[in-house]
Design a protein around this ligand. Structure first.
Ligand SMILES: [Zn+2]
Length: 122
C-alpha cells in the first residue's frame, strides 16, 4: 500500500491533539490539493484541514481525495456531496488500488482483507 496511507504515531501538527475518538486524521488528498493547504510533511486532523480549506475558500471534494483504503473513513461524508460520476470513478480507482493490495498480500502470504466499503455501493 502507498506509504502516504500509513497511520503514523503522531499528533496533529496544528492543534496538537491525539488521533483518537472524534479526532480523525485528515483525508489523504492528492498532492496538489494538499500543498495548497499544508506542508507536505505536515500531519493534520480532519478539523484543522477543513478549517484551512475554509479560510482559503477552497472546497475539498471527493475528487481531491486519493482513492485508498485509508480514505474509506471519509468516503461517505464526501460521496454525499459529490456528483455520481465522481463517486463512480473514485470507487473504480479505489477497487483497483484494493485489488493490487490484495495481490500483494497474496504474494506476501498474508491473509486477505476486504474492506467493507469496497463491496458497498455497487
Ligand atoms: Zn488538528
Amino acid at each position: 500500500m502507498d506509504e502516504d496511507c500509513d497511520v503514523p504515531e503522531r499528533n496533529c501538527d496544528d492543534c496538537g491533539r491525539q488521533f483518537e475518538g472524534d479526532v480523525r486524521m485528515a483525508p489523504v488528498l492528492f498532492n496538489g490539493t494538499w500543498r495548497r493547504l499544508a506542508h507536505s510533511r505536515e500531519l493534520l486532523c480532519g478539523e484543522c484541514l477543513m478549517a484551512r480549506a475554509k479560510a482559503l475558500e477552497l472546497n475539498i471534494t471527493l475528487a481531491d481525495l486519493r482513492p485508498c483504503e485509508f480514505n474509506a473513513d471519509w468516503f461517505e461524508e464526501f460521496a454525499d456531496k459529490a456528483p455520481r460520476e465522481i463517486v463512480m470513478v473514485w470507487l473504480k480507482w479505489a477497487r483497483l488500488v484494493d485489488e493490487n493490495y490484495r495481490l500483494w498480500q497474496k504474494e506476501m502470504g498474508l491473509a486477505p482483507t476486504v474492506p467493507a466499503w469496497a463491496s458497498a455501493r455497487t
